[in-house]
Design a protein around this ligand. Structure first.
Ligand SMILES: [Zn+2]
Length: 319
């Protein structure tokens, strides 16, 4: 054996064997998109649904272009912004709960990857007991159904009553600007199959969905936007939905809004309150559009905030 190894080294040194690395074709694919951590006794798995390129220089409002450029430059941010779409799976030990469902087919081939990353994370769609929808924009609800079929056949869908009423209202659809009308059809396609099966539940006030999982209404970005909070053994994580879109800009300047907000003043108010509370209490935050896995904590820095992302960790997990 030793002789063989020495002979092989000799050959390589002589430049006879081993093709050069440059001749090996690159894979150019990304690693499976899941990230796991424990919050008390609850297992949280961040699931990547992929990426959507967003022209944030045209979408962000209440900021002068020169100031936006300055903030972007200091974070090496270029436009369009490669925006993560994340969803989060919580295993409480008695319930398997998904927060948001990704975009499904709504955002092209770089998104709609939730199902394959759920499989990579070791779970099946039919194991999910509940899907909690922060709001009904299609990058958060498009993965619920396809071609009229429920993709989580055993799950009950939860959303705020005002959110469901808004996006399923023919009146609101008529009143909406032309560019927003497609969102109503998408919401109907996502919710319809669950509604028909009696698997859609709504709430009006803060409410416990299952033990340790709470819904808290945060209207502004949409009329029935909601945040979900989990708590186990004194640890907490809040699932923020679209309280923030561009971490590199909005942690530095939380007063910047986005054209997607139905009520920009209310959205800014909700963001300010959520940032303050998260920084005061140091709990975990999970956000769909912060770079995957979108989990971290906040520190207040004067009027701005510092985002401290979760580190790669095996704490509480099987090595
Ligand atoms: Zn949204």
């Amino acid at each position: 054996m030793k002789k063989f190894v020495l002979a092989a080294i000799g050959l390589t040194l002589a430049g006879v064997a081993a093709p050069s690395a440059a001749e090996t074709p690159p894979h150019r694919t990304q690693a499976p998109g899941f990230y796991r951590m424990m919050v008390g006794e609850f297992e949280v798995t961040a699931l990547s649904d992929g990426i959507a390129d967003q022209p944030m220089d045209k979408l962000l409002t209440r900021i002068a272009p020169a100031e936006l450029e300055r903030l972007a430059k200091r974070r090496f941010l270029t436009f369009p912004v490669e925006t993560s779409i994340n969803a989060f799976l919580v295993n409480t030990g008695t319930s398997l709960v998904l927060v948001d469902s990704g975009a499904g087919g709504a955002f092209g081939p770089a998104a709609g990857r939730l199902a394959r990353n759920l499989a990579a994370a070791g779970y099946r769609p039919d194991q999910v007991d509940a899907v909690l929808i922060t709001h009904l924009h299609s990058d958060h609800s498009g993965g619920l159904a396809a071609e009229g079929k429920r993709l989580f056949p055993n799950a009950t869908i939860y959303a705020h009553a005002r959110e469901v009423a808004h996006w399923l209202s023919p009146d609101e659809e008529r009143k909406a600007p032309e560019g927003m009308k497609g969102l109503f059809a998408a919401a109907r396609a996502a919710l319809g199959p669950y509604q028909d099966a009696g698997k859609l539940r709504t709430f009006a006030d803060a409410v416990d969905i299952v033990p340790g999982v709470r819904a808290e209404p945060t209207p502004g970005h949409t009329p029935g936007h909601a945040v979900y909070a989990i708590e186990s053994k004194g640890e907490r994580m809040n699932f923020w939905g679209d309280l923030i879109h561009v971490a590199d800009i909005q942690f530095a300047a939380p007063g910047i809004a986005i054209l997607y907000d139905t009520d920009q003043d209310a959205a800014i108010g909700q963001r300010a309150a959520a940032f303050r509370d998260a920084a005061d209490k140091s709990y975990w935050v999970a956000a769909p559009h912060i770079a995957f896995p979108g989990i971290g904590r906040l520190r207040a820095e004067g009027q701005a905030y510092d985002w401290v992302p979760a580190a790669y960790s095996l704490k509480g997990l099987t090595p």
